[in-house]
Design a protein around this ligand. Structure first.
Ligand code: C5P
Length: 217
């Protein structure tokens, strides 16, 4: 298997920017698994499936056709041929995604799709359960963390509008749901290298990951 870099961590830890930067530097593909859970959630909302109806979500999890682009310069995602790259970042999907991602049938379907895309490797994959469940054989596993304040500040710099306190509360809510669900919760793999990015700039984090990748390959 060629190189797989698993990039896990809580919301707002910088996974997307770092993963894309690393993929570009190494000429690898890039997969945003969070976007897949968001796209599934967008589809459930559009279909009017109630978020507290786990059985209803499970029954329909096989229906939407999801296509994930893997170009780190312009990652896109379509659901039933609709480009949802923009709408999946909205507050409605962000508020609902952890409930949908906790449904085992949803995870089963998306993990199978993710493994298909990973194929024989050559890819940076970001998510919550990549090193523990999706690609436990990945040669490089990184677990990105940052203080709650730093994560909220970064998120607000990306999507202005909310107060830092409101963003911090939302990230904390999602992290709690993501790390306490029964199937494949957010967790650091035993063999993952933890990188605290609180006081590091993006380029410094990318450099550090590249250094780790060189050591492990
Ligand atoms: O990374 P992002 O914030 O876009 O992920 C959105 C949500 O998707 C997370 O809060 C989590 O509920 C879910 N997710 C997951 N497993 C992954 C990636 C994301 O459960 N591998």
């Amino acid at each position: 298997m060629t190189l797989v870099i698993a990039m896990d961590g809580p919301s707002g830890s910088g996974k997307s920017s770092v993963s894309k930067g690393v993929a570009r530097a190494l000429g690898l593909r890039y997969l945003d698994t969070g976007a897949m859970y968001r796209a599934m959630t967008w589809w459930m909302l559009r279909e009017g499936v109630p978020l507290d109806d786990q059985a209803g979500i499970a029954a329909r999890a096989g229906e939407p056709v999801l296509v994930s682009g893997t170009d780190p310069a312009a990652p896109t995602i379509t659901v039933d041929d609709v480009d949802v790259s923009g709408p999946i970042r909205g507050s409605e999907v962000t508020g609902a995604v952890s409930a949908v991602a906790a449904v085992p049938a949803v995870r089963e379907r998306l993990v199978a799709l993710q493994r298909e895309i990973i194929g024989t490797g050559g890819i940076v994959v970001e998510g919550r359960d990549i090193g523990t469940a999706v690609a436990p054989d990945a040669q490089v596993k990184i677990y990105l963390t940052a203080s709650a304040e730093a994560r909220a500040q970064r998120r607000n710099a990306e999507l202005s509008g909310a107060t830092i306190a409101a963003t911090q509360a939302d990230l904390a809510r999602r992290d709690r749901l993501d790390s306490t669900r029964k199937v494949d919760p957010l967790a650091q793999a035993a063999d993952a290298i933890e990188l605290d990015t609180t006081s590091l700039g993006l380029d410094e984090v990318i450099e550090e990951v590249l250094r780790i990748a060189r050591k492990h390959t």
